[in-house]
Design a binder for this molecule. Structure first.
Ligand code: SAH
Length: 249
């Protein structure tokens, strides 16, 4: 016993023990480590997943896990953090909003994206929806038209460690031709009709989820699947999204 104590207290052995401990814990030091740790709103987040996501029928395990792991309070303005896990959308400035958690989960499930897929998002907003997809292992390309929001989202995503999200400030109606085609496309602002340029950037067999409608009161969420000839569209549910801006300066 004494021998052992003497051994591990000698300088060289302490160094060795340190290296062994470091190696033992290395697998736990992942890029998103802070996101699976407890935080001041952990209980609210767990409650949100249970009552708003699982209880309402979201059953895709990867989506549920992402909703459980992405710290939504780090994507909303500081003074609204305490409401981050409430069953509601929240303002993020510039007359824009981050969607209610259930809608984010519903759209993500409907998109049916898998780890390794390349997904285009139109309307980065806070970066939260992009983070949910990134947490699922998706390679995300996201476009935001309002420069200040694009900057904030970039900061939010960096701070939370999602480096598989590529951000771009520009008009989403043009898509991201240099990175096309995409396995799936998600639009989080409502155009009046399905943008053809975005359908063109979708792979055959790929899915696009988007709210469509000229007025907030008549919008519906649609699922569009690209076929070898044309598209097949399904209406999912009535929704209220901010309009997709035609141009911004
Ligand atoms: N997905 C976001 C919420 C989106 S709110 C999140 O998780 O927080 C809709 C966003 O779409 C707003 O930030 C708005 O500025 C952006 N937007 C509206 N029209 C756009 C366009 N033409 N191109 C790109 N972004 C657009």
């Amino acid at each position: 016993m004494q021998q052992i104590i003497l051994k591990i207290t000698s300088g060289a052995c302490l160094q060795k023990a340190g290296i062994i401990l470091f190696l033992l814990f290395l697998p736990f030091v992942s890029a998103n480590m802070q996101n699976t740790e407890k935080h001041p709103y952990s209980q609210e987040q767990e409650e949100m997943v249970r009552t708003q996501i699982i209880a309402r029928g979201i059953n895709n395990k990867a989506v549920i896990e992402a909703m459980r792991n992405v710290p939504r309070h780090l994507f909303v303005p500081y003074n609204t953090r305490t409401f981050a896990y409430n069953d509601q959308p929240l303002p993020i400035g510039h007359n824009q909003t981050i969607s209610q958690p259930y809608i984010v989960a519903y759209m993500t499930q409907a998109l049916d994206a898998k780890a390794g897929d390349k997904v285009l998002e139109i309307g980065t907003g806070s970066g939260y929806q992009a983070a949910i997809l990134a947490e699922m292992g998706v390679e995300v390309y996201t476009i935001e038209i309002i420069p200040e929001l694009a900057e904030t989202a970039k900061r939010n995503l960096k701070r939370t460690g999602y480096d598989n999200v590529h951000t771009y400030c520009g008009n989403g109606y043009n898509g991201w031709p240099d990175e096309a085609p995409f396995d799936a496309i998600i639009i989080t602002a409502a155009p009046e009709s399905i943008p053809q340029a975005l359908v063109d950037q979708l792979k055959t067999g790929g899915t696009m989820i988007l709210p469509v409608g000229p007025r907030e009161s008549t919008q519906t969420l649609k699922k569009v699947v690209k076929k070898s000839k044309g598209i097949r569209q399904t209406t999912l549910l009535p929704v209220r999204f901010v309009p997709m801006i035609k141009s911004y300066n």
